[in-house]
Design a protein around this ligand. Structure first.
Ligand code: ZN
Length: 237
């Protein structure tokens, strides 16, 4: 299958794009030449939305990488009439994606407030979690919430840039997430920087400034085994 151009990687705020169907998988998934739909990965779910073309409109319920990891497959709700060569408009469910961008960026801040190794994480619609390798308990929900909101209030710019795999290997301290390998490909790695606060490899979608996150709250802290604490946060505004 042909590689899909990942428009979301250069502009997380692109809500729609024109595209052409380049393949339909045996499962009925639709591969486009380019897309604004984020494909499931790094703890962030695949985008939902619609594909609208001459043969009508179809709802997309999930977006995943193809087996080749280069093509992106849009999974339709039911059978769809789209065929190879069809032109269409791919349109995100923007409200849902934007909530995920806000939570995703807030999780970067959580990894600063709790500077411990991250062993896992997940992003939902308006909430999310990180799992930390922390030997001692004693984490305080209110204190973590206050620290998170103080970082958000700094309204720090969030920027992305690429470095080579060799540069990353020379700076192993950049990798906080033990469970999720940094997104490598073609010898380069994408770094996400929250100005003055955080710098780490990440392939996900983020807001442009921390102020866009709005208020968040720590909703739960669970013990997951002797050395692990799961911290859940949610958008509170
Ligand atoms: Zn990220």
């Amino acid at each position: 299958m042909a590689a899909t151009a990942l428009l979301f990687r250069d502009d997380a705020y692109a809500r729609e794009c024109d595209a052409t169907v380049v393949a339909v998988t045996p499962e009925g998934g639709i591969v486009l030449d380019r897309t604004v739909f984020y494909a499931q990965g790094g703890g962030q779910p695949g985008d939902v939305g619609t594909l609208a073309g001459g043969n009508g409109e179809v709802a997309i319920t999930n977006t995943v990488y193809g087996a080749d990891r280069a093509s992106i497959v849009h999974m339709p709700a039911g059978v769809c009439a789209l065929q190879v060569g069809d032109g269409l408009t791919a349109r995100l469910d923007w409200n849902r994606r934007y909530a995920r961008m806000r939570i995703h960026t807030a999780l970067h801040l959580l990894s600063v407030v709790l500077p411990f190794p991250v062993t896992g994480g997940a992003i939902g619609d308006g909430d999310g979690r990180l799992d930390f390798d922390i030997p001692e308990a004693g984490l305080d929900k209110g204190e973590i919430t206050d620290k998170l909101n103080a970082l958000i209030a700094r309204d720090a710019p969030v920027t992305e840039r690429w470095i080579t795999d060799a540069e990353l290997d020379a700076n192993p301290g950049l990798v906080k997430t033990m469970a999720v390998k940094p997104p490598r490909g073609a010898g380069r790695v994408r770094l996400v920087e929250i100005d003055g606060i955080d710098l780490q490899p990440c392939g996900g979608t983020h807001v442009r400034r921390t102020g866009e996150i709005g208020h968040v709250a720590v909703t739960d802290i669970e013990k997951k085994g002797k050395q692990n604490r799961r911290v859940r946060i949610a958008l509170a505004s």
